[in-house]
Design a protein around this ligand. Structure first.
Ligand SMILES: Nc1ncnc2c1ncn2[C@@H]1O[C@H](COP(=O)(O)OP(=O)(O)OP(=O)(O)O)[C@@H](O)[C@H]1O
Ligand SMILES: [Mg+2]
Length: 256
């Protein structure tokens, strides 16, 4: 598996006034097999747009997005996407949602396998519930498992834990690491939570807005599970805050 973004620019026509909006400007990025990469940046810097291009839902204006050396054209079950808002089918139960995705992509059919997935996500008890009968965290988990159950080579996550309270969020971050370690697939996650990016990823792509550019790519070499309270973690957080112009008076440079 490899994802390669080459000199990619995405320009949208403005919705109301005349003119254009450069959502992404000359992005170059290579994502390696099995890597956990986060795209981090302020609202509107083009994170979802970049993820949607990798998913095949948008096409670049200039440059290219390649998957395994081939230009990405349209969606593929090899590139699973979990949207910013969960998109479970309201009229199907949790189990049926997972079955539906699995059948649609002919990836996995047995009830036992689906039961295993439900177990992994701690949803066994709620397998026959409809989405509106779940808590927000359960819905997010169900959407995540539905995406994972079709065994994508790369899982594209658009703020998968966005709408959760901080405790559920931290719990699901651990679950995400466990799922990723267990499966070994590639993860590309969009977030605007600095700690989440540091806690989860091996590399953090820090983006700057208008036009969306890569400000810096940081490597996080701490081993898993990570500790949010240690010096390496907080030093990296400070470095990112500084990069994003939220901590102008910090003088020291850190390398971790
Ligand atoms: N289909 C579209 N048509 C026109 N403009 C768009 C379209 N999609 C995105 N944009 C614009 O592109 C820019 C980047 O949007 P994008 O959704 O990628 O940002 P984001 O970094 O994901 O933001 P957020 O953190 O708020 O989700 C924004 O200014 C947005 O208005
Ligand atoms: Mg977004």
């Amino acid at each position: 598996m490899s994802v390669k973004i080459e000199s990619l620019t995405k320009i949208f026509a403005k919705q109301i006034e005349e003119g254009t909006l450069t959502a992404l400007d000359n992005i170059n990025l290579e994502i390696k097999d099995g890597e956990f990469v986060s795209l981090l940046g302020a609202s509107g810097c083009g994170k979802s747009t970049l993820l949607r291009i990798i998913a095949g839902l948008e096409i670049p204006t200039q440059g290219a997005a390649l998957f395994n050396g081939e230009r990405i054209e349209g969606t593929s079950p090899k590139r699973g996407l979990v949207f910013q808002e969960h998109t479970l089918f309201a009229w199907l139960t949790v189990r049926q949602n997972i079955e539906f995705a699995a059948k649609a992509t002919k990836r996995l059919n047995s009830r036992t396998e689906i039961s295993n997935w439900l177990e992994v996500a701690g949803l066994t008890e709620f397998a026959d519930n409809y989405p509106h009968q779940l808590s927000g965290g359960m819905r997010q988990r169900a959407a995540l498992v539905r995406a994972l159950a079709v065994s994508p080579e790369v899982l594209l996550l658009d703020e998968p834990l966005g709408a959760l309270d901080s405790f559920t969020r931290m719990h699901l971050q651990d679950e995400l690491i466990r799922l990723w370690k267990g499966r070994g697939n590639t993860m590309v996650m969009v977030t605007h939570d600095i700690d989440e990016a540091i806690y989860l990823s091996q590399r953090i792509v820090v983006m700057s807005p208008r036009p969306g550019r890569i400000a810096k790519i940081l490597e996080v070499r701490m081993s898993y599970p990570r500790n949010r309270a240690v010096g390496d973690f907080t030093a990296l957080r400070t470095q990112i805050l500084k990069l994003m112009d939220f901590a102008q008076d910090v003088q020291e440079e850190y390398t971790i």
